[in-house]
Ligand binder design. Structure first.
Ligand code: IMP
Ligand code: MG
Length: 343
């Protein structure tokens, strides 16, 4: 069994991104990697508080919107990058939620300050058909592009947390970067205009936290064993709520509580494009236990049912990227780790 990915490789800077419509289970995988790999710095990129990443750790559920789910490792520094739009209320609430130690958390001084006005504008201006989370992200991103946004440096409540994430991340040896949303929600490559307000592929996530493309070692793309989408837009193979409920695939949004739309299938062409543009070197497949009952809580590949193993092989052959992490339950520890495949 692999002791510690970083110990084997020495110095690593890894990015984790979503390969579908968000809600792939990034939070759970990040929390596993945070505990297992013990990174000095864990930084979050992506849009902002529209993304809810959920961790279930030691019997408690944490829906994280501004801070990385890597907080479960108490030794890691938890940072939010310059590319993220930051709602101070959400940020401060989450600092409290994870123990209230201001020395642990930081936000890049260049990040955009998401204000109450942005939240109001999200409700009044963002076209309803998109099904925005109305958390103010789109208007904050627009103001940044229009060069009229304030940065978090001007927000008094965030003063104690301001830092230079670029410096911290480039000086650290072992870094884990948490992307948000999913490839199909990218404003460039997703189902435009039914998408979020930014690109969220690995290159953009790297830029969000201030790390150059040549300094990234592994790009782990997370995908769920089936497909869900919350909000408007095209969605292949959509089932109705009853059908999804029957097989345990009916989910509800972490941020908005809205029911997610469900397809039992994987959308192979989308996943292949996502793997290409993200330059995925590894895949993490979550909720294999929901897709194939009988695999709940399995922590060794050999213990998976034949059907589940075949499914993993199918993913590897169709997408052409090794599946190194497999989620078999909501708990951080319900994870099969096969990263020795790529070492
Ligand atoms: P907005 O980014 O909040 O404006 O939302 C635009 C679209 O992206 C809506 O369909 C949202 O449901 C979706 N979206 C944004 N962020 C996430 C996420 O983290 N997970 C899932 N869907 C998201
Ligand atoms: Mg989510």
């Amino acid at each position: 069994m692999l002791a510690n990915f970083h110990e084997v490789l020495g110095m690593t800077k890894n990015i984790l991104v979503g390969g579908q419509y968000g809600d792939e289970g990034k939070g759970k995988i990040i929390s596993y990697l945070a505990i297992k790999d013990n990174p000095e710095v864990i930084a979050r990129g992506g849009v902002g508080p529209n993304a809810g990443h959920e961790v279930n750790y030691k019997g408690k559920r944490y829906p994280m919107r501004m801070l990385s789910c890597g907080f479960v490792n108490e030794k890691s520094r938890i940072l939010t990058g310059a590319g993220v739009v930051v709602d101070p209320d959400v940020f401060l609430k989450e600092v409290e939620m994870i123990g209230g130690n201001p020395k642990r958390c930081g936000v890049d001084f260049r990040a955009t300050w998401l204000t109450k006005e942005h939240i109001e504008r999200d409700s009044s201006q963002t076209p309803g058909k998109i099904g925005s989370t109305k958390t103010g992200c789109g208007p904050a991103v627009m103001d940044r592009a229009g060069r009229v946004a304030k940065t978090v440096s001007e927000c008094p409540e965030l003063k104690p947390y301001l830092t230079d994430v670029v410096k911290e991340i480039n000086e650290a040896k072992n870094v884990l970067i948490e992307g948000s949303q999913g490839f199909m929600l990218s404003v460039l490559y997703g189902t435009y205009p039914f998408c979020t307000s930014k690109d969220i592929s690995a290159s953009t996530i790297a830029a969000d936290v201030g790390i150059g493309p040549k300094n990234i070692d592994e790009v782990i793309m997370v995908m769920k064993a089936y497909t869900t989408r919350v909000g408007g837009g095209p969605f292949k193979g959509e089932k109705n709520k009853d059908e999804a409920e029957k097989v345990g695939m009916q989910e509800y949004g972490t941020v908005t509580g809205r029911p997610r739309r469900t397809s039992f299938d994987l959308h192979w062409d989308d996943l292949k494009l996502a793997a290409t543009i993200n330059s995925a070197t590894q895949l993490a497949v979550t909720k294999v236990d929901i897709k194939f009952p009988g695999n709940e809580g399995k922590r060794k590949y050999e213990e998976l049912t034949e059907e589940a193993k075949k499914f993993i092989e199918e993913i590897e052959s169709k997408i052409g990227v090794p599946v190194t992490l497999i989620g078999t339950g909501p708990d951080t520890e319900d994870t099969i780790d096969r990263r020795e495949k790529v070492l």
